[in-house]
Design a protein around this ligand. Structure first.
Ligand SMILES: *[C@@H]1O[C@H](CO)[C@@H](O)[C@H](O)[C@H]1NC(C)=O
Ligand SMILES: *[C@@H]1O[C@H](CO)[C@@H](O)[C@H](O)[C@H]1NC(C)=O
Ligand SMILES: *[C@@H]1O[C@H](CO)[C@@H](O)[C@H](O)[C@H]1NC(C)=O
Ligand SMILES: *[C@@H]1O[C@H](CO)[C@@H](O)[C@H](O)[C@H]1NC(C)=O
Ligand SMILES: *[C@@H]1O[C@H](CO)[C@@H](O)[C@H](O)[C@H]1NC(C)=O
Ligand SMILES: *[C@@H]1O[C@H](CO)[C@@H](O)[C@H](O)[C@H]1NC(C)=O
Ligand SMILES: *[C@@H]1O[C@H](CO)[C@@H](O)[C@H](O)[C@H]1NC(C)=O
Ligand SMILES: *[C@@H]1O[C@H](CO)[C@@H](O)[C@H](O)[C@H]1NC(C)=O
Ligand SMILES: *[C@@H]1O[C@H](CO)[C@@H](O)[C@H](O)[C@H]1NC(C)=O
Ligand SMILES: *[C@@H]1O[C@H](CO)[C@@H](O)[C@H](O)[C@H]1NC(C)=O
Length: 356
């Protein structure tokens, strides 16, 4: 009798597993570490940005826009058509060697839900029913009740990649894509993607699979004592931080250096009636985002983080003139054959244009 019951249970679970997509589990080495991560959500139905924000419990609407590089003026009822990818920003937690979203989002079970429906449809296959059962300690995945709250463990990582700070982005693979094409598109290599995703055979890539992509993160001056440390912002995204007082963006145009400025928004910290001063000490009238130059030196007032009391700033001075002596020394030696070839091609082009 007892034996038969156990047997039935095993059958049910294997039946579920057979139709589930492969589970993505990402290595996250530093126990207890947290960081920012991104993942694609592909809504099964036409929906709007606000509905997605509440499904994933993204605290700040602007930061959902920023993760997608949507204009800041995007209205909250902006339609999202079915099957369109939206990038969700969330906090990742390294837990026992694996990265999972830090106890969020929490989904409340509705009438008629099954764990597999929640995993496969509501959260578009970003997790499996088994992963939800595991992290929530459900003894029986076939028995969930309406109103029950479930933590949905989105896959992620906080690990550096090839010695560089990155933002891990769980990209949902499009049909017909290849690891090599994806690697090229995101400025990485096939070998790196295979290693991160614990894959040996690139031909095993499946449409709909969540593939971990390391996006370059901007370098910043954010202090280790800041409440938003480690501040990792992915290339091509923006974020509001310091209780919404500061807006920062990251792009390749600024050589992957964080660019921040006062946001002009109201602070979300109830203790702050207005955003605190964002002036750099020792520099008259220089606020976060301001630059001044004197000769070859450029001094910038940069964002360095925040505490419950203030916003931290620092002055960064760098040379904006090319170092002439070094450049000349490289000269013909350093440029060598490439330079010679370049000149030759120019000469041939010039001659062919003018002699024809
Ligand atoms: C978004 O869609 C939901 C469900 O369709 C709807 O209830 C809600 O009013 C919409 N939100 C906005 C801001 O339009
Ligand atoms: C941590 O992971 C190891 C193997 O990956 C497993 O044996 C162990 O049970 C896990 N511990 C917890 C608390 O989940
Ligand atoms: C999408 O629409 C279908 C049919 O209208 C419905 O059964 C399903 O629950 C919807 N899915 C979500 C995630 O709202
Ligand atoms: C389902 O779980 C609830 C509590 O979570 C328990 O009271 C109930 O007996 C379970 N039902 C079955 C059929 O195991
Ligand atoms: C990587 O894949 C191998 C075989 O496919 C598996 O045994 C191993 O547990 C996987 N490692 C992780 C961290 O998922
Ligand atoms: C970080 O901030 C603290 C307090 O504001 C300061 O004492 C420390 O020097 C700063 N560290 C760096 C590396 O700037
Ligand atoms: C950074 O983003 C820009 C545009 O968003 C893109 O052109 C560039 O290739 C990206 N760089 C890397 C290394 O991914
Ligand atoms: C871009 O940043 C890198 C490392 O931060 C630095 O070595 C390089 O000189 C910078 N390039 C430019 C054009 O500023
Ligand atoms: C400093 O930046 C603010 C906006 O952040 C701008 O309004 C102001 O003109 C800038 N001042 C200087 C001296 O560049
Ligand atoms: C530029 O900075 C260097 C030190 O970083 C200093 O020696 C030099 O005098 C500065 N030049 C100007 C024009 O301010």
């Amino acid at each position: 009798m007892g034996y038969a019951k156990v047997f039935l249970g095993v059958l049910l679970v294997t039946a579920l597993a057979a139709t589930s997509t492969a589970q993505t589990k990402l290595k996250c080495s530093k126990a207890g570490a947290t960081c920012t991560a991104l993942i694609d959500y592909v809504s099964p139905n036409n929906t709007n940005v606000t509905t997605i924000q509440s499904l994933f419990q993204v605290e700040n609407f602007q930061n959902l826009l920023g993760a997608n590089n949507f204009p800041t003026s995007t209205p909250s009822d902006k339609d999202v058509t079915a099957k369109k990818k939206i990038r969700i920003p969330f906090t990742c937690l390294c837990d026992n060697g694996t990265g999972v979203s830090n106890h969020k989002p929490v989904y409340t079970v509705q009438e008629g839900d099954t764990l597999d429906h929640i995993a496969r449809d509501v959260f578009s296959g970003l997790v499996t029913y088994q992963q939800i059962a595991d992290v929530n300690g459900l003894p029986d995945p076939n028995n969930i009740t309406r109103g029950q709250e479930l933590w949905i463990p989105l896959p992620c990582s906080c690990d550096e990649v090839n010695g560089a700070k990155v933002v891990h982005y769980g990209m949902v693979v499009d049909a017909g894509s290849t690891v090599e094409v994806i690697a090229k598109q995101y400025g990485t290599t096939q070998a790196t993607l295979l290693r991160l995703n614990n894959m040996t055979d690139p031909s095993k890539l499946q449409a709909g699979q969540v593939l971990d992509i390391p996006l370059p993160a901007c370098s910043s001056n954010v202090n280790s004592s800041s409440l938003d440390y480690p501040f990792l912002l992915a290339n091509g995204t923006y974020v509001y931080t310091a209780y919404n007082c500061v807006k920062c963006k990251c792009d390749s145009a600024n050589n992957y250096t964080l660019q921040c400025e006062p946001s002009g928004l109201k602070s979300t910290n109830s203790d702050w009636t207005t955003c605190p001063a964002m002036q750099c000490q020792g520099a008259d009238g220089l606020f976060i985002g301001n630059k001044t130059s004197s000769g070859c030196n450029q001094t910038s007032c940069v964002y360095s983080g925040f505490t419950s009391k203030s916003i931290l700033t620092s002055l960064v001075t760098e040379s904006i003139c090319p170092a002439p002596s070094a450049a000349w020394k490289i000269g013909f030696q350093g440029l060598g054959w490439n330079f010679f070839l370049f000149i030759s091609i120019q000469l041939i082009l010039f001659l062919s244009l003018h002699l024809s």
